[in-house]
Design a protein around this ligand. Structure first.
Ligand SMILES: Cc1ncc(C[n+]2csc(CCOP(=O)(O)OP(=O)(O)O)c2C)c(N)n1
Ligand SMILES: [Mg+2]
Length: 821
């Protein structure tokens, strides 16, 4: 227990503890049934884990770790939540290791199959950690990487507010966004970044329920954390409810000598409490009599109880007492965010309860038999929903039929697609950067009154202006639930940007924390499924700082949130800014990140095509399994990452044909078609286009039929190539990918030089497509300050480097112009 000392603990009583209400008649009626369900959840979760480990064939030798003790810790709270407190509009992120509880609850409600449970952690079985995309039982938010699901609920609340402030979804009740989190999850910094942002944005309808078992994975945690959490949450405007004592304990405290017991509990260090829980009744008796025995009322209080009763009393922390937990939940009569700190015991009800090593603890078959006997389950009836219950099955079923959480129908909502024109308007200047083009494209959208523009919501972590979102924000305003004028404007001080907040605003300005950008994009990008209202989120940040939020980006993609990420500026092209701001690895993230189609255009007309594609692609129906046929996710859709640059380059005046448009989306096109005797192909991506174009021009006299390949998406090009192989391996011998068609006429002997402002491996695979010699150029080492020309020269991605590489890979007479660049 928190080793807070008596004085601090005196402050704990009253205000912070739940105000005990008299249970309503309906709750009094339901409590015995809820207690049965709590036992059932504990049994089913335990059996599911045991089955995966000992009953089902498990040849890999991979044991199920982490679930058993963690699930038991939350069994009471989840029973109270799902069978009593939740309403259909509420959404929950369940602590990763409590997945077995979640699946068990859904099973009891008839929303999960026995088959999936029997196959827990197996191929296509119920997932180890709740998964929106892989599980069949309607997971609201995926979890796994601790801390991310927690923050997700906060941003889901903000998203709900955004949707409603825009006049959408008013026909549905507001939901509470609820996270069930382990206490050690609160070590993750992203949670605190989210709390700060939530405070700025006026967070409401968000509950975090901390499973305060005072154990993490490795051991027992520090003393007194609850006090730190309490003051922290209060500082940011949250209500904090500490659910510390169960009703047995409260009753005992009211007995003569009870106050002394309460003080002992409050003083007891976490480690000792855990150890005594593990040791059981006799150990409790000895310790308590040694420390507070008085030959008077306290001794009598202890002696009145058998060992079992004493253990039951000491284990009866608030988080294992249905009445106390329900009291806490039912007691909330406001919409402010609430943090419940519920005292629990890791492994509650199981033989390793409280043991510091119990995280990966598994029950032995003998221990399981003991639990089976205690639960009154006959062999062969382990999965029977009403087996071993002390109440009649009909009564339980009637109760389950009334559970409000399960009465809302389909939890996963749909929203119609918003039309996207094939072409987005933009005025090309002769010299232009892709970042400027992005700003201009959004400005054009902002000028119109299309439903498309109305559904776009932008967000940026304090780099709105420097990523060219300024013109969009000037027109569409910043979002806040309460209007706030731009004082500079009202004071008539000239400023380029109109910083006005209103409920109709369409830009969400975040603090610098990039994690929050991804968590927000993830929440906005699920609005169609959560709120039944489609949003088209566009988030901007500097390319290198993707790495700061990478796990959150991965998380967003894993749960199939839909958004467009615009990363700009990028690479060493950001020349004078230096190595701390220059990105290298991000193009490889673009290739490797599932659920994210990455593009890096060089020209603004390409960007216009890609943005139109992206706005449609993020709306495509995620339903259905991925197959080789739709490996590019063209049917299923996904999110999109655009890597842009601040380098102004000369734009090409050309007509955008349907064929070119398709090629840009598929990932590449010939800017200069290679001839039949082609000796060299230069393939480039992004801002180095001028160098590639110049190099090809300069080598044309000395190498025959040189080709220039513009690669707009190494990611989609690569994915298409892999898909074609798989198709052929399945017998579709005619299958050809886009890159294979582009390379079809190339002679064997030609060499390929690729170049980009990013890691060279991004395009290095091009040589494997038809078996060509390949020299990939790119950036492998941290950048530094300088001019673009100096840095391109230093890192070997300038015109000179391209020609030198061509000369080396396609030997022949010296390329005469090499000397002049
Ligand atoms: C980002 C991340 N780091 C590490 C892990 C591995 N891990 C899983 S659970 C856990 C600690 C669990 O402690 P707590 O949150 O208190 O939950 P409990 O098991 O006590 O219920 C760790 C370190 C993870 N899942 N995610
Ligand atoms: Mg814990």
């Amino acid at each position: 227990m928190g080793h807070a000392g008596a004085a601090a603990d005196a402050g704990l009583t009253g205000e912070t503890l739940t105000k005990h209400m008299m249970p309503s008649p309906s709750l009094t009626r339901d409590l015995p049934i809820l207690a049965e369900l709590e036992r059932k959840v504990l049994w089913l979760a335990s059996w599911t884990i045991h089955h995966a480990n000992h009953v089902r064939e498990n040849t890999d030798g991979l044991k199920v770790g982490g679930h058993q003790a963690s699930s038991a810790s939350l069994a009471t709270i989840m029973t109270a939540l799902y069978f009593h407190s939740l309403r259909p509009a509420d959404r929950v992120a369940v602590k990763p290791h409590a997945a077995p509880n979640f699946h068990a609850i859904q099973y009891l409600l008839g929303r999960q199959s026995r088959d999936k449970l029997e196959n827990f952690r197996g191929y296509k079985g119920a997932q180890s950690y709740p998964s929106r995309t892989k599980d069949a039982d309607d997971v609201d938010f995926s979890t796994g990487s601790v801390g991310l699901g927690v923050a997700q609920t906060l941003f889901a609340s903000l998203t709900q507010d955004y949707v409603r402030a825009h006049g959408w979804g008013a026909d549905r009740p507001e939901g509470r966004m609820i996270a069930l989190l382990g206490d050690a999850e609160l070590d993750e910094g992203n949670i605190f970044e989210a709390i700060l942002e939530g405070w700025k944005q006026g967070l409401r309808n968000c509950w975090w329920i901390v499973d305060y078992n005072r154990q993490s994975l490795d051991a027992v945690v520090r003393e007194g954390l609850w006090e730190r959490y309490q003051s922290l949450f209060r500082n940011f405007g949250w209500d904090v409810v500490v659910v510390k004592y169960g009703s047995l304990q409260q009753a005992a405290f009211a007995e003569p000598g009870g106050e002394v017991l309460r003080q002992w509990i409050d003083r007891c260090p976490n480690q000792l409490y855990s150890a005594l829980v593990f040791q059981g009744g006799a150990a409790w008796r000895k310790r308590l009599l040694d420390e507070i025995g008085d030959q008077g009322p306290v001794t009598q209080l202890i002696e009145r109880r058998s060992d079992d009763e004493l253990a039951q009393l000491m284990n009866n922390l608030g988080g294992h007492d249905l009445a106390a937990i329900i009291d806490a939940f039912d007691g909330i009569d406001h919409e402010r965010p609430v943090c419940f700190i519920a005292y629990t015991i890791k492994g509650y009800g199981l033989p390793f309860a409280g043991h510091k090593d119990n995280h990966a603890g598994l029950m032995t078959p003998a221990q399981m038999e003991t639990l089976r006997a205690a639960m009154n389950i006959r062999p062969g009836h382990e999965w029977d929903r009403f087996e071993g219950l002390r109440q009649p099955a009909e009564k339980i079923q009637a109760f389950l039929d009334r559970v409000s959480f399960a009465r809302g129908g389909e939890r996963r909502l749909q929203a119609p697609r918003i039309d996207v024109p094939a072409e987005l308007a933009v005025t090309l200047q002769s010299q232009m950067s892709t970042q400027l083009g992005f700003g201009a494209l959004l400005n054009e959208l902002a000028r119109g009154t299309t439903p498309l523009a109305a559904r776009i919501v932008t967000a940026s972590p304090d780099v709105t202006v420097s990523t060219s979102l300024g013109p969009w924000v000037n027109r569409r305003k910043l979002f806040a639930r309460e209007a706030l004028a731009d004082t500079f404007k009202s004071e008539r001080i000239p400023s380029t940007f109109n910083w006005e907040f209103s409920p109709a605003g369409q830009h969400i300005e975040l603090g610098i924390a990039e994690m929050n950008l991804f968590a927000l994009l993830s929440a906005l990008g699920l609005s169609h499924a959560i709120n039944g209202e489609r949003l088209l989120p566009i988030g901007t940040l500097y390319d290198p700082f993707i790495a700061r939020g990478l796990d959150a980006l991965n998380y967003a993609c894993y749960q199939d949130a839909r958004f467009i990420l615009v990363a700009t500026p990028s690479g060493i092209t950001l020349a004078p800014e230096g190595g701390a701001h220059q990105s290298i690895v991000e193009p490889l993230i673009g290739i490797g990140q599932d659920g994210l189609a990455a593009f890096e255009p060089a020209f603004v007309d390409e960007l216009a095509v890609i943005l139109a594609f992206a706005l449609d692609y993020i709306q495509r129906d995620g339903g259905g399994e991925l197959s080789e046929r739709n490996w590019l996710r063209d049917e299923t859709g996904g999110s999109v990452y655009l890597r842009l640059s601040t380098r102004p380059i000369e734009q090409i005046k050309r007509e955008m044909t349907a064929e070119l448009r398709q090629a840009i989306v598929d990932g590449a096109y010939w800017l200069r078609k290679p001839g039949p005797n082609c000796q060299v192909v230069v393939a480039y991506t992004g801002a180095v286009a001028p160098e590639a174009i110049q190099a090809v021009g300069l080598m044309a006299e000395d190498r025959r039929d040189v080709g220039l390949l513009a690669v707009t998406s190494a990611d989609r090009l690569n994915a298409g190539w892999a898909a074609a192989w798989r198709a052929r391996e399945r017998g579709l011998v005619q299958a050809r990918s886009h890159i294979e068609r582009l390379f079809a006429g190339l002679p064997r002997h030609c060499g390929i030089v690729s170049v980009l402002d990013g890691h060279p491996a991004t395009l290095a695979w091009l040589g494997a497509v038809e078996g060509h010699r390949m020299r990939p150029l790119g950036v492998e080492h941290f950048g530094q300050t300088g001019s673009i020309a100096e840095l391109y020269r230093h890192y070997g991605i300038d015109t000179h480097a391209i020609i030198a590489a061509a000369e080396a890979i396609a030997p022949g007479r010296p390329i005469r112009h090499l000397g002049v660049v």
